[in-house]
Design a protein around this ligand. Sequence first.
Ligand code: COA
Length: 154
Amino acid sequence: MNRKVSESIVETVHIVRPNHLNGAERLFGGILMQWIDEVAALAAKRHSHRNVITASVDDLRFLKGAYQKDVIVIRGKVTYVGRTSMEVKVDSYVENIDGERVLINRAYFTMVALDGSDRPVEVPGLELTTDEERQEWERAKQRRGIRIHRKDNF
Ligand SMILES: CC(C)(COP(=O)(O)OP(=O)(O)OC[C@H]1O[C@@H](n2cnc3c(N)ncnc32)[C@H](O)[C@@H]1OP(=O)(O)O)[C@@H](O)C(=O)NCCC(=O)NCCS
């Protein structure tokens, strides 16, 4: 059974606290990486209804810093599925008091669904309902090609 992209969407919200800061008084990158990995896993679980693991992360980009008391919104959705793997795009924003969101990080995760014996297992197909989703799928196909090439040359 196919599932829609919208069924996989996950959004989490964090407030940057003193224990999240690095020596430069900015949000520590490792904390944000943990938060986005959790969102990627939740989105992949919503799509596959399986336990999942992170196989790889690519194009992880820190575009802007975040600071104490900033509100961080992290949004993930499945953009592509293979046989057992799913690509999850995760965007992170700082949301200001007016609700405006400024993109601070983007990453593409490859998550693999596991069966009860922790072996990769087939995932449902992805139903694309908008032009944006179809464009994202095409771009994801290219990223998958690059990933497979990189993996073969690791
Ligand atoms: C991810 C993992 C299951 C892949 O194992 P494998 O023996 O390569 O399995 P397969 O060849 O059947 O690959 C399974 C899927 O993962 C994809 N894949 C495997 N390695 C990948 C990589 N480095 N990047 C992107 N996709 C990858 C394959 O393309 C395949 O996708 P598909 O079924 O949609 O075509 C295995 O490497 C693993 O368990 N890694 C550890 C993951 C982990 O512990 N993560 C937690 C982070 S600390």
